[in-house]
Design a protein around this ligand. Structure first.
Ligand code: ADP
Ligand code: MG
Length: 698
């Protein structure tokens, strides 16, 4: 059996393979393209294509695909085989530089939010050489960006790459001011912690809600939930361990740095975290991880649920986006340094992030808004919908001292050359367990915790990178024109703290008092649901940000707004229709069967021996009968509301109507049905219960 280092990355056309299979001219030219974005000439592209094909075919591939990330939030691929007829009736395996660089997958059915009229429906895919090609199954997958005929982005990767470039540009300006001329490139890194649920496939198959919507739409609380905290970090059951083992192997073969695995808080909930890497690569890797998690689960007769809230009453699933900025010389710009000089630079980047999160809290909230994630944010679960930053006590005190020009912690400060007060050496607080903070500094990175488990991490990172690029742009403008750099930087840091300290909060984000303070005293946004969160992207200030940094055009912004809201409306419509279907065809008939058996038993007892009659049966019959009427009534009302939904006033109005009328009616129907479940004998209940689902994997 091969060891992990032997098979790690074996399905990836990575640097090792490139070096081995390409001539040094071709390799150097490709490397330059990867590192600097220089255009690849066609002879190089052809040579790379041939090497890629030979490697892929030798590893069992028969097809290739341009692998891309349309606005559906998942990945797309259309396979073409390598075969090409030879004159003697045989086939040869062909793949050209042209096919590597550009594809025309047609793909006109992907949402474009009005960016493509049907007559120009073709979209193009363009190779992203910064993310390695890989083999999945029997297909060589080439990571690509997906654009319209007119060059507008139809995917998540294009704006992500643009946002990384925006941040690179501005960060380099700042570094130059500090005299860091050896740095050529600045990139952002991400390590996303991915939560998920695993349930038994046979039980999953019996629930239409899970099949159609990925979450349970009904289900009374089981006697046991997560209150004992006995699942968190608990021993991993053999069936789950076997799953994790195979999952890791599959991910490692694809060069994905799967590192940590453990049981999460809710029963049946688990987490997988990779070692962080460059943001766009990790975005690809996270998409692949989610896909492979689901595939491997099926092999173990399990289903992996990536929905943000598969079960009411226990924790939902999120994705913690650990984020930092690093130079090509290996310096993490969010790491407090060893010297005062490094610390001044660190402080500047730190306050740039603080300003960015405060100024663009709406965009960050928007970037994680989906119907599924609404069940976490703003509901009774961490993190809250209000964005704030956790810095930890020590760093907060340091910023306070800088703002007030007072000594920190009794340490008399000295002014150093660069004009910023000398920071005392402080211990890196990597023990942050304030799980309620949506945006936490954890020693040398920020952890954005609002992402939903099924979200592509692209959106959040697009907004985060661009917002920070904007802070850095403002800082660089100011510092570049300053006569006295030292004094200017000191004032800038101080001022930024004063202006943006309202976003810093180290307390408990669950607390109602905090939400009140945040919104009333500090004026922070509390965007609880997707319709109001999506509206933010249309605000002039936010459009200006994205357009001025060339991350999205006006048309791209409008299209994303429309697609996200459409997705919200469709998701909830499917959920409502599924509820109506399950209630009418499964729940009502089950409860009816139980009540009619109860009634027959009452009737037969009455006929045989009236003394046998007891209160229990009659009481239950009365209760369930009235619940039957109530459920029936609620189903009708929900269905009626769906039929009479007015969608003529535009997608924004429709999403608000769905939020305000359909969702509450769904809750009412669920409440009635869940009550009926608690009163109905188990053998009548038509599908697996919460107890079965949450504790069914043994
Ligand atoms: P925890 O949050 O559970 O304490 P860690 O902080 O060690 O765990 O790591 C969580 C994730 O953060 C991992 O995916 C890790 O690779 C990632 N991470 C660590 N350092 C950085 C960094 N500088 N930039 C981005 N991600 C990082
Ligand atoms: Mg973490």
């Amino acid at each position: 059996m091969k060891t992990v280092p032997e098979f790690f990355g074996s399905m990836v056309f990575d640097d090792r393979i490139m070096k081995a299979k390409l001539s040094s001219d071709v390799y150097n030219s490709l490397k330059e393209t990867i590192d600097t974005g220089k255009k690849l000439d066609s002879s190089v592209a052809n040579a790379v294509a041939i090497a890629m094909r030979d490697w892929a075919v030798a590893n069992g591939a028969t097809h290739f695909t341009h692998w891309f990330q349309p606005l559906t939030g998942i990945t797309a691929e259309k396979h073409d085989s390598f075969i090409s007829p030879a004159p003697d009736g045989r086939v040869i395996m062909e793949f050209s530089g042209k096919e590597l660089i550009k594809g025309e997958p047609d793909a006109s059915s992907f949402p474009s939010g009005g960016l493509r009229a049907t007559f120009e429906a073709r979209g193009y895919t363009a190779w992203d050489p910064t993310s390695y090609a890989f083999i999945k199954g029997k297909t060589l997958c080439i990571p690509t960006a997906f654009c319209s005929y007119g060059g507008e982005a139809l995917d998540k990767k294009t704006p992500l790459l643009r946002s990384m470039e925006a941040l690179n540009k501005q960060a380099l300006r700042i570094l130059k001011l500090f005299g860091n001329s050896d740095v050529k490139h600045v990139t952002t890194s991400v390590g996303p912690e991915q939560e998920y649920f695993l349930i038994d496939k046979a039980m999953y198959d019996k629930r239409k809600d899970l099949i159609f919507t990925g979450r349970t739409l009904f289900g009374a609380k089981p006697p046991k939930g997560q209150e004992l905290d006995d699942h968190y970090f608990g021993t991993i059951k053999p069936r789950v361990a076997a799953y994790m083992e195979e999952l890791n192997e599959e991910l490692w073969k694809l060069g994905i740095l799967a590192k940590t695995e453990h049981n999460e808080v809710a029963p049946a909930q688990h987490e997988l975290a990779p070692i962080f890497t460059t943001t766009n690569i990790d975005t690809d890797h996270n998409q692949l991880t989610m896909e492979i998690m689901q595939k491997v689960a099926l092999k173990h007769n399990l289903v992996c649920l990536l929905h943000e809230k598969p079960f009411a009453g226990v924790n939902g699933s999120g994705k913690h986006n650990n984020w930092s900025i690093a130079t090509d010389t290996g310096i993490n710009l969010l790491s407090p340094g060893e010297t005062p000089y490094e610390n001044a630079q660190f402080l500047l980047f730190l306050v740039a992030v603080i300003q960015a999160v405060d100024d663009y809290q709406g965009l960050l909230r928007m970037s994680v808004a989906t119907a599924g994630n609404d069940h976490r944010l703003g509901a009774n679960e961490a993190p809250p919908a209000v964005i704030s930053i956790f810095l930890g006590d020590e760093l907060t005190e340091i910023l306070k001292a800088i703002e007030a020009d007072t000594p920190y912690n009794g340490v008399q400060k000295k002014k150093m050359k660069l004009g910023v007060d000398v920071l005392p050496r402080f211990t890196r607080d990597s023990t942050d367990r304030n799980r309620t903070s949506p945006f936490a500094f954890t020693g040398n990175k920020f952890e954005f915790r609002m992402l939903g488990s099924s979200n592509s991490i692209a959106c959040a990172n697009i907004m985060l990178n661009t917002a920070v690029a904007e802070s850095l742009r403002q800082f660089a403008d100011r510092l570049e024109s300053a006569d006295d750099f030292d004094a200017a930087m000191h004032d800038l840091i101080k001022e930024t703290i004063t202006t943006h300290k309202r976003i810093i909060f180290n307390g408990n984000g669950y607390d109602d008092a905090w939400i009140q303070e945040a919104t009333e005293k500090r004026g922070l946004l509390n965007l609880r649901a997707t319709p109001e969160a999506m509206a933010v992207i249309l605000e002039q200030k936010n459009k200006d940000l994205l357009i001025s940094h060339k991350v999205m055009s006006e048309a791209e912004i409008l299209s994303r707004h429309e697609i996200q809201l459409e997705n919200y409306c469709k998701t909830i419509r499917i959920e409502a229709l599924t509820m109506v279907d399950m209630a009418r065809k499964e729940i009502l008939p089950a409860v009816e069967a139980f009540t009619s058996d109860l009634a027959s038993s009452i009737a037969s007892k009455k006929a045989a021996e009236p003394a046998m009659l007891c209160n229990y049966e009659r009481k239950l019959l009365r209760k369930l009968s009235s619940l039957l009427d109530m459920m029936d009534d609620k189903v009708d009302t929900l269905e009626d509301a769906m039929i009479h939904m007015d969608s003529s006033a535009g997608i924004a109005a429709e999403s608000e109507a769905i939020r305000d009328t359909i969702l509450p009616k769904m809750c009412e129907l669920r409440a009635a049905c869940d009550e009926a479940e608690t009163l109905t004998a188990e053998r009548y209940w038509p599908f697996p219960t919460y107890g079965d689902l949450l504790f069914g994997v043994r």
